[in-house]
Write a new protein. Structure first.
Length: 357
């Protein structure tokens, strides 16, 4: 079994974070998101992975190499221009040898890929789509199927009151290689809007695999923060015990201002009068000054927080400096190496970042 991971997007919704870091390398609890995906693939017994990349691919190549460090084989196929989901799959056709998974590079999920593979084999169709039930499907693509799982229609972002189902396309597919013949080469094609409907129209069978696994698209700041909160409290299983975790947690144990759950990497320095938590991730080399407050936030590596500064429900990229008595409002995103001046107040939802690299 092979897997294609679609990692070509520019991550526009996460800017300015993605000006300096490609979206697949944005950290989830101090580990690149793509590395979390590779862990899932390895646990499912998949060793052969194709990365369909496009934006800032060298950072991905430098981190993963040929995959041997992970006990895997990684093939890189770089898109010169964006090709869409189906176009990206067609672009790697020469490397496909049999049935293959396709994973959307934005999705964090607890889906059991092995169980999905067994289901796919039992159905015998050209493809199986993972679906998740949601309360409001209006922001997603709904997938209509019968009691046997046979897909009959796709409805893109219907009004909530008109949605034919609350089951949405969750961005993980298991496909047979014959599907490649149905995708035109060398141009942008959406598998959700074009290829899948064409498959149904041709009389071939697609099946729905609906589960209640954890699932979230981490492509927006609020969802990125929500994913961290869910991991820290244990809603999303990621082999972390709730509480104080990470290589730097010993430095925080017994600290009067720490409110778990908190995850800290190496070399974290926290003043005895600072307040951290709940639901905070501190990257390697972060420092918090006297009376600093950090709540419900993710700080990447080497973030310096000055005395009396306050950060709440924010994302701070590597190398940033938050000056003394500065205030970072809820939902704010601070880019790489940015300095927030002493006493500066950022309104809720602010985005401050350097020019694209």
């Amino acid at each position: 079994m092979q897997a294609i991971v679609l990692v070509g997007g520019e991550g526009t919704r996460l800017r300015p974070l993605t000006y300096g870091t490609p979206k697949p390398m944005v950290p989830i609890v101090n580990t690149p998101f793509l590395a979390r995906t590779m862990e899932r693939l390895y646990e499912a017994g998949i060793r052969d992975v194709i990365l369909a990349a496009g934006y800032m691919p060298q950072a991905i190549v430098d981190y993963f190499g040929d995959g041997s460090r992970l006990g895997m084989n990684i093939t890189y196929v770089i898109e010169e221009t964006p090709l869409g989901t189906a176009g990206a799959i067609k672009n790697v056709e020469q490397h496909i040898r049999g049935s293959f998974f396709v994973l959307n590079g934005d999705v964090l999920t607890s889906l059991d890929l092995g169980a999905m593979s067994e289901y796919h084999r039992s159905k015998g169709g050209i493809g199986t789509l993972h679906l998740i039930p949601v309360e409001d499907p209006s922001a997603f693509g709904c997938v209509v199927h019968d009691s046997y799982g046979l897909v009959s229609a796709f409805v893109e972002k219907p009004p909530r009151e008109e949605a034919p189902t609350n089951e949405i396309n969750a961005g993980t597919y298991l496909l047979e290689p014959e599907i490649l013949a149905m995708i035109p080469a060398g141009r942008m094609v959406s598998i959700e809007r074009a290829t899948f409907p064409e498959i149904i129209a041709s009389g071939k069978h697609l099946y729905a695999y609906t589960t209640d696994d954890y699932w979230i698209d981490v492509g927006r700041p609020e969802q990125y923060l929500a994913a961290h909160r869910d991991i820290l409290v244990g809603t999303m299983p990621l082999k972390l015990e709730p509480g104080l975790t990470g290589a730097g947690c010993e430095a925080l144990r017994g600290h009067p201002g720490v409110v778990p759950p908190v995850h800290a990497a190496d070399d974290v320095v926290v003043d005895a009068t600072a307040t951290i938590g709940p639901n905070v991730v501190l990257g390697r080399g972060c420092s918090l000054g006297a009376r600093a407050v950090v709540r419900e936030s993710v700080l990447w590596d080497r973030v310096s927080v000055g005395a009396g500064a306050r950060i709440e429900e924010a994302i701070i990229a590597s190398g940033a400096t938050i000056g003394p008595e500065a205030k970072v409002g809820k939902g704010s995103v601070i880019g790489h190496d940015v300095t927030i001046a002493a006493g500066q107040v950022l309104e809720a939802g602010s985005r401050v970042g350097p020019a694209p690299r």
